[in-house]
Design a protein around this ligand. Structure first.
Ligand code: 5AD
Ligand code: SF4
Length: 466
């Protein structure tokens, strides 16, 4: 999953005179972005309105990421700032509560209360439907930790999404279909923080997708830590896989684009590849992490595939959908990684030619098998390898973008551009494209001709009459 830090834009709810305000800061992957919207909805039932101004907030909620040490440590520095803010607010006689949600909450639980005495509520990703109740208890003076794996299905206990809120969030939406991971890559905390793989039932997903589309959403990205491990009972009595789910969702009128992330190479089954060949609505873009190109390191990472397995899989996917663009995740400096191992990673990248990628220095995470392995690599070696890898990936991305110039592509218009008359949309390959748009509006899918490339976006002209 791609990493980002974002504040969730405030929905257009009219704040009542006595309504409380919540400021949500989201760290980490898209699954956290989705969870933040659901937590916001759960709080709205209790009269909370979302604000983008921390200064207005009565409740600050940090939705945290534990994947690398840096991400987790950021939370504690933020909590230090919030502690000072809380003191000020209390001296003015105002309520100011602090909640920690997400994967740091799940992993560290009570430890957060110990290290950060200003925190009122710690709530894990499986229990956030209980957030309003936890806040009530905190208001009575308890410090609350809710990190058990709830027996009940949190999605059944969350309020259904409201049309106005969905609309205020835009024409694209995330939809979590699967959570957790059973793969146990030896560097990764996810199997411990998010638990084992659980799939949401088909009917629940279809219901949510219909609700989104009814409110004007035109593109849905299905999310899961291991999204292509999604399995559920189908109406035909068979066990359905992600490919089957995509076929079902592609039947929804008004839903124009589908994506999914993040996938594991071992779960890319034939049905999913077939879906890429058949479904016009399934966008030709696939995020398929390999992490390392060395078989020795892949084995130590417990990825349970070789570099060649991955390359052959990509060949099959490209045969099914020749215009597919690929992205991946990479780690440099896993314990024991030699210069030769790293060269294997560079070779895989040269062979695949990625349109985009995320790459990281290995971060040793307590409790994972990697942390106890021999041969930890110096930070400067990890950094130097990362720099070389990123230079290659950036040049590949630039090449891919340049290859689009002159092409006519479809664009889903998502938001206004910086200048009057400009709109920004996404290409099928997830590129951000700026267009001078006339007679069209956000939510439209239009044809454009790519005219040039910039540092973060492409430029395009509308193709008249299409
Ligand atoms: N160190 C560095 N990167 C990591 N990732 C997961 N765990 C670690 C770690 N301990 C990366 C992987 C994964 C992405 C979400 O984060 O590349 O695919
Ligand atoms: Fe982590 Fe590996 Fe599971 Fe991805 S597949 S979430 S990297 S354990």
């Amino acid at each position: 999953m791609t990493e980002q830090t974002a504040t969730l834009s405030a929905p257009e709810a009219a704040p009542g005179a006595n309504s409380r305000k919540v400021f949500i800061k989201t760290y980490g992957c898209q699954m956290n972005v989705y969870d933040s919207t659901r937590m916001s909805d759960a709080l709205a039932r209790d009269g909370y309105v979302q604000t983008e101004e921390i200064a207005d907030a009565d409740l600050v909620l940090l939705n945290t990421c534990h994947i690398r040490e840096k991400a987790a440590e950021k939370v504690y520095s933020e909590l230090g700032r919030l502690r000072d803010m809380k003191k000020e607010r209390h001296s003015d006689g105002r309520e100011f509560m602090i909640g920690v949600a997400g994967c740091v909450a799940q992993a560290e639980g009570e430890e957060i209360l110990r290290r950060a005495p200003a925190v009122d509520v710690v709530i894990g990703p499986q229990t956030y439907h209980r957030l309003p109740d936890a806040l009530k208890r905190a208001r009575r003076g308890d410090r609350v930790v809710e990190t058990d794996y709830a027996i009940e299905d949190k999605f059944e206990h969350l309020p259904k999404m409201e049309k106005a809120k969905i609309r205020s969030r835009g024409v694209t939406s995330f939809l979590t279909v699967q959570e957790g991971c059973d793969k146990f890559c030896t560097f990764c905390v996810v199997p411990y923080t998010r638990g084992s793989e659980v799939s949401r039932p088909l009917a629940q997903i279809v219901d949510e997708a219909l609700r989104l589309v009814d409110a004007g959403v035109r593109e849905i990205t299905l999310l899961g830590q291991n999204v292509n491990a999604w399995r559920a009972a189908g109406p035909d009595g068979r066990e359905w896989s992600l490919g089957d789910l995509l076929y079902r969702l592609a039947d929804i009128p008004g839903l124009e684009r589908l994506r999914y992330t993040t996938s594991h190479p071992r779960d890319m089954d034939d049905r999913l590849i077939e879906a890429h060949a058949d479904l016009r609505k399934l966008m030709p873009y696939l995020h398929l992490p390999i992490q390392s190109g060395s078989d020795r390191i892949l084995k130590a990472m417990n990825r349970r595939h070789t570099a060649d397995d991955y390359l052959r899989l990509i060949e099959r996917i490209r045969a099914a959908r020749p215009d597919i663009a690929l992205s991946g995740d990479f780690i440099t400096g896993f314990p024991g990684e030699t210069d030769e191992d790293f060269e294997c990673t560079m070779n895989v990248v040269r062979e695949v030619k990625y349109a985009g990628a995320f790459s990281f220095k290995y971060s040793s995470r307590p409790g994972t098998p990697g942390a106890d392995m021999k041969g930890h690599i110096d930070e400067d070696v990890k950094a130097e390898r990362l720099e070389r890898l990123q230079a290659l990936l950036v040049s590949q991305q630039a090449e891919f973008n340049a290859s689009c110039v002159g092409k006519t592509v479809s664009l889903l218009l998502e938001k206004p551009g910086r200048f009057d008359g400009q709109l920004i949309g996404r290409s099928p390959w997830l590129q951000s494209v700026i267009v001078d748009a006339k007679g069209v509006e956000i939510g439209d899918i239009i044809s454009v001709r790519i005219t040039g490339t910039g540092p973060n976006s492409l430029y395009a002209d509308m193709v008249p009459g299409v």
